[in-house]
Every structure is written in structure tokens, then in C-alpha cells.
Design a protein around this ligand. Structure first.
Ligand SMILES: *Cc1c(COP(=O)(O)O)cnc(C)c1O
Length: 492
């Protein structure tokens, strides 16, 4: 049986914190900022520790098991990244410190800019945006500034394939643009005829995910880019999931004009709990003047003899630089530095050859699993996949749905795949194994899926009622959507 969650732990007079004596003269707090009634819980340190550890044990995490949540790249996050981010010299710097006291931080950011430029094939990178969707918003604002500066005021339409992540149309709409959907063909590519019909001088650009959210590499990529560029539009790349491309192919070299990276997906910062992320933006030379700033610039110190430049870090001074036509700041201070340290450490630890191996293994693992899963569930598209693939969560002759399959996977100890996305595949199960899983783990997952396919035929009610072993049984999702309660408001 599932034990109830206990929240009412407070007992009058109990306290879990000892505050040090104040070392400065106290000052008056304006009365309007003070509340007399503030029902804070009164709990001991022991109560608090047990409460949160108990909650964490009810949760599922990548550090517990396999987490094939497509489009989220739940790879294992090496702990050395956290060790680096916790180094006191990096952890305790303050954003108001003078630049000459934080040369190490700026050097790290400069190298990260360079690494991301090289990985993406771009001329420049800004590390400011705080997440993927924020990077998208930044990129679209740069495209807007570019068009406006050229006097192209009539461009108001953003083209978006029907397989796109929901943040793409949301970003465009938030930027005040009209979203025009482009269809997909039967092989899962952008429908070229539909795209051609929609390309005209009102087009701001196309937001394209490649490999797309079906896990498929766009087979007519260069034609797609030519069509959009041909009508004066720009091509935005959604690079949230770069695993398949790492060290193998550069979006900038393909012709993308601007792209965001998700450091918290591809570059191994833990995510999924709503914690800080980072969505740097890379772009072509034509768009570089519009990047949000400040970005880090490296300057050569005058007194250094020329033959020493290359290897002597002391020959360089790092400083902030605002690009000439910058769209401005998109984040307070300089972005999420701790996430940057993790990404920097990850890239440094792997090196160029290691990054390429990540890409190759991510694609190999996805194809290996795809071959095993397709014995039990139909694939959305019979193609070689990239870092992920989509199958149809339905079994001939059974009323079991993708949601039932996902919930049943919890009983088998796995996190479910992404459900009902992309929207163009009915009963979609989107599976991304990532490169950090062993063959044994992939086999165990495939075995669970095989058993679930069998159960769908023989005991469908078992699946309709799953999960059976999780701390929480199936939620009433309809009620949750209509009557959303986000705060614990005490026992009735
Ligand atoms: C995750 C994701 C995003 C959004 O990234 P956030 O950091 O969650 O804002 C955008 N596009 C794709 C394809 C994604 O997978």
C-alpha cells in the first residue's frame, strides 16, 4: 500500500536553525514590509531532513535508473562537473566584482563560447539565455533586428514544421509574429511543396529542428535552407538536442543562421526539476552584431612577445564586450554561470574525440533499441534514426493506449518515454536512450516493452490501472487540468 505524504509536521516552539549574532547595527524595516501573521512551519532540523529525503525517495531520477524521455536527453551527468562547479573560486564569485578579479571566470566563459562555436560551426556565441525556450526567444529577436535594420518591415510570418517542439510556435507568437505551419511528408521530412508555397517576402524565417523530433535527419535539408534563404528569410535551428551531431556535423556549416544549444541537455547539467539551465545562442557572422551582450572578448596584452602568445594564458586579458547592434541583455548579469562550468568541464573531459564518440554512441544506442522495440510496436517511420525514435503505443486488437504503456513501465522500474509528442503521431511514444546506457540496460528495457505488449493482449485492465507499485497511483489528469491545485493548503 502507498503511505500518505505527511506535510503537517509543525509543532509550536520547535526550531531547526541557529542564526549567528548580527555583526552590523540593525536598521529599521519599513512597516509595510512586515507581516505579523506568517505561519511558518516550526520544525526541527531532523524533521526537515527526514521530510525532504523521504520526498526524494518517492521521486525518480537519472541517478536511479533508465530515463528514455525523448527530446529531453536525460543522459548521465558526470559528478566531476558538480565538483568543478563547487570549486570555491568559481562558486563564491560575485557578479559585481571588478573584471580584473574574475579573469578565471571570464577565461572559462570565453573558452566555452569558442567550444560551442566550433561544435555548432558558428562565428559567434552568447552564453546569456537561461534555457532553450529563452534561447529561441533570443534568436527570433536577433532575426527581427536583422530584418528591421535592412528595412524589411513587412516580414511578420514564422514558418514552423508540424513536428516542432511546442516552444517554437510559442516563441514566435510571443514575439508578435504569425505562425504558419508547414506539413511533413510521409518519410517524416519537411514537405517541400508545402514549404515552397509558403515562402514569400513576408517570411521572417523558418524554425527547424534537425534531427527533428521524430529523431530523423532532414533528407532535403539543403533544399529547405535554399527555399527559405531564397525568399529572404533566415533559418533558426532548434539545437536543444545536439547529441546526434556532436563532433560529426555542424549546423552552421549546413547553413543555419542562428541556433540555441541546451547546456542542460546535451552538455550534461542535471535538469528536469526546474533548476537553472542555460540556452546559449550561436550565429553566423551576419547575425553576430545582434547577439545579446555582454559577451566575453579576449585581448592580447601589448607587452607579450609574439612567439609566446599561443600558449601563455598570461598574455591575454578577458573583458566584456557589447556587440555593435546588440538586442541588449536578455538576462540579469551574465547568465547561469554554474551551468556553464559544468558544460565546460564536460567538454574538456571528453575532448574532441570524446564528443564525437558521444554522438556516435547516442545514434547507435537509439538504432539498437529501435530494432528491438519494433518487434512489438510499430515505428512512426521505418528509417534509420538519429538520437531518438518514435513508436506507436498501440497493439493490434487491444484498447491499451500509449499512456497505459507509459504507466506500466513505471511498475517495471523505468521512467516512461515522452508521451503524445510529436503531435503528428497518434499514440506517440518518443524514446531517447542516450549514449550513457549499457547494452544490458537497453536489453532490459526492450524486454519490459515486450512483456507489456503481451500484457496488452492478455490483461489489458492491468495496464489501464497501472502504475501499481509507485508511491502515487494514476492521477486524474482531466481533473488535474481543470482544477489545478499548485499549493499545499493543509489538511481539510
Ligand atoms: C527541451 C527542448 C526545448 C526547450 O528547452 P527548455 O530548456 O526546456 O526551455 C526546445 N526545443 C526542443 C526540441 C527541446 O527538446
Amino acid at each position: 500500500m502507498t503511505e500518505p505524504l505527511i506535510y503537517e509536521l509543525s509543532a509550536s516552539g520547535r526550531c531547526g536553525a541557529l542564526l549567528p549574532a548580527v555583526g552590523v547595527p540593525p536598521s529599521e524595516i519599513p512597516a509595510q514590509f512586515l507581516r505579523q501573521e506568517l505561519p511558518l512551519p516550526q520544525v526541527s532540523e531532523n524533521d526537515v531532513v527526514r521530510h525532504f529525503v523521504r520526498l526524494s525517495q518517492k521521486n525518480y531520477a537519472i541517478d536511479i535508473g533508465f530515463y528514455p524521455l525523448g527530446s529531453c536527453t536525460m543522459k548521465y551527468n558526470p559528478k566531476v562537473n558538480d565538483v568543478a562547479a563547487a570549486l570555491p573560486g568559481l562558486l563564491w564569485t560575485h557578479p559585481y566584482q571588478p573584471v580584473y578579479t574574475v579573469q578565471g571566470n571570464l577565461r572559462l566563459m570565453w573558452y566555452l563560447q569558442e567550444f560551442l562555436q566550433e561544435i555548432g560551426g558558428f562565428a559567434a556565441v552568447s552564453l546569456q539565455p537561461a534555457a532553450g525556450a529563452h534561447g529561441e526567444f533570443t534568436g527570433i529577436q536577433m532575426m527581427r533586428a536583422y530584418h528591421l535594420q535592412r528595412g524589411d518591415h513587412q516580414r511578420k510570418v514564422v514558418l514552423i514544421p508540424d513536428s516542432a517542439h511546442g516552444t517554437n510556435p510559442a516563441t514566435s507568437a510571443m514575439s508578435g509574429y504569425e505562425v504558419l505551419e508547414v506539413g511533413s511528408d510521409e518519410r517524416g521530412n519537411v514537405d517541400l511543396a508545402d514549404l515552397r508555397a509558403k515562402c514569400d517576402d513576408r517570411v521572417v524565417g523558418l524554425m527547424l529542428t534537425n534531427p527533428n523530433t521524430l529523431g530523423l535527419f532532414e533528407e532535403h535539408l539543403l533544399e529547405v535552407l535554399d527555399l527559405v534563404h531564397g525568399c529572404g528569410g533566415l533559418v533558426y535551428g532548434d539545437g536543444a538536442n545536439m547529441n546526434a551531431l556532436l563532433g560529426i556535423a555542424q549546423p552552421g556549416a549546413m547553413g543555419f543562421d542562428v541556433l540555441h544549444y541546451n547546456l542542460h541537455k546535451t552538455f550534461s547539467t542535471p535538469h528536469g526539476g526546474g533548476g537553472p539551465g542555460s540556452g546559449p545562442v550561436g550565429c553566423s557572422a551576419a547575425l553576430a552584431p545582434y547577439l545579446p551582450g555582454p559577451i566575453v572578448r579576449r585581448e592580447l596584452l601589448g607587452e607579450c612577445p609574439e612567439e609566446e602568445h599561443e600558449h601563455d594564458e598570461d598574455c591575454y586579458y578577458y573583458d566584456w564586450h557589447m556587440p555593435e547592434c546588440s538586442i541588449g541583455r536578455v538576462k540579469t548579469f551574465y547568465g547561469h554561470f554554474g551551468v556553464m562550468v559544468r558544460a565546460y568541464t564536460y567538454i574538456r573531459m571528453l575532448g574532441a574525440a570524446g564528443l564525437r564518440q558521444v554522438g556516435e554512441t547516442a545514434v547507435l544506442n537509439a538504432n539498437y533499441l529501435q530494432q528491438k522495440i519494433k518487434e512489438h510496436f510499430a515505428l512512426s517511420h521505418e528509417r534509420i534514426c538519429m538520437h531518438e525514435f518514435v513508436c506507436v503505443g498501440r497493439v493490434e486488437g487491444s484498447d491499451v493506449r500509449a499512456l497505459d504503456i507509459s504507466k506500466r513501465l513505471i511498475d517495471y522500474g523505468f521512467h516512461p518515454p515522452t508521451n503524445y509528442f510529436p503531435l503528428i503521431v497518434p499514440e506517440a511514444l518518443m524514446i531517447e536512450p542516450t549514449e550513457t546506457e549499457s547494452q544490458e540496460m537497453l536489453d532490459a528495457f526492450a524486454e519490459a516493452m515486450a512483456r507489456i505488449a503481451e500484457e496488452s493482449r492478455t490483461q489489458p485492465e492491468l495496464l489501464h490501472e497501472a502504475p501499481h507499485t509507485a508511491p502515487m497511483r494514476r492521477l486524474d489528469e482531466v481533473r488535474a487540468a481543470r482544477d489545478l491545485v499548485l499549493r499545499w493548503e493543509g489538511e481539510e
